[in-house]
Design a protein around this ligand. Structure first.
Ligand code: K1U
Ligand code: ZN
Length: 207
């Protein structure tokens, strides 16, 4: 099994629409196993294939604390949704450290196939209902921040883009044998044992 790379908002690949699965073989079994491992490792309670850059209608969910009730939804469709709504503070592995309220139907019925192609129907409520709707949005190329106001969404986008730039610079500097201490270029320092360009905290500098 393998850990998969989770795309981070605002990566444009998160907006691709997933296609239905037509073959229920070894490749799908491996994808499902890798997605489950990636979700548990993150950790998260759900993951859509779109988030790992596989644009096929596959979702894994496990809302238990014991991580022993993995649900696999291939080609999921909502066949019924309650009129009653609930607001839940949603998170997303593609939008790290951001949680905000989204209103959705409180209960839904989902028809889907398992990893071997067998059809089943499941009535979902509580966190499971929130999660399956959130994951099915991913399959349609929709990220939960799109339910928020443009102001909030742009703030989140700017924050994540800044973090992404930091991660990219950190990786580049790591490759070059230097460390990254923040967004300010003056806070780059060489590894211990090599001459420091400038201490990060002059007041704490060891003489
Ligand atoms: O789609 C995803 O990115 C997964 C997402 C699912 C989700 C959670 C909550 C509301 C809606 C959708 C997550 O798993 S975010 C992480 C999270 O909620 C969590 C992490 C560890 C333990 C419990 C929850
Ligand atoms: Zn998500």
């Amino acid at each position: 099994m393998a850990l998969l790379n989770i795309l981070r908002y605002p990566d444009p690949r998160l907006h691709k629409v997933a296609v239905p699965v037509t073959e229920f073989g070894e490749r799908l079994a491996t994808l499902v196993a890798n997605m489950a491992e990636t979700m548990y490792d993150a950790p998260g309670v759900g993951l859509a294939a779109s988030q790992v850059d596989v644009h096929e209608r596959v979702v894994v969910i496990d809302t238990t604390e014991t991580h022993d009730e993995l649900l696999v939804f291939v080609n999921p469709e909502i066949t019924w949704a309650s009129d009653e709504k609930q607001v839940y503070d949603e998170g997303c592995l593609s939008v790290p450290n951001v949680y905000d309220g989204v209103e959705r139907p409180a209960r839904v019925k989902v028809r889907a196939q398992d990893a071997k192609g067998a059809f089943f129907e499941l009535e979902c409520e509580g966190l499971l209902a929130v999660c399956i709707q959130h994951e099915m949005d991913h399959l349609m190329g929709k990220v939960f921040v799109e339910y928020l106001s443009p102001l909030k969404r742009n703030r989140i986008k700017a924050k994540l883009q800044k973090e992404e730039r930091g991660l990219e610079r950190e990786a580049a500097l790591k490759a070059a044998g230097r460390r990254y201490y923040g967004d300010d270029e003056s806070r780059f320092r060489r590894h211990a044992g090599v001459r420091r360009l400038r201490p990060a905290r002059p007041d704490r500098c060891r003489l």
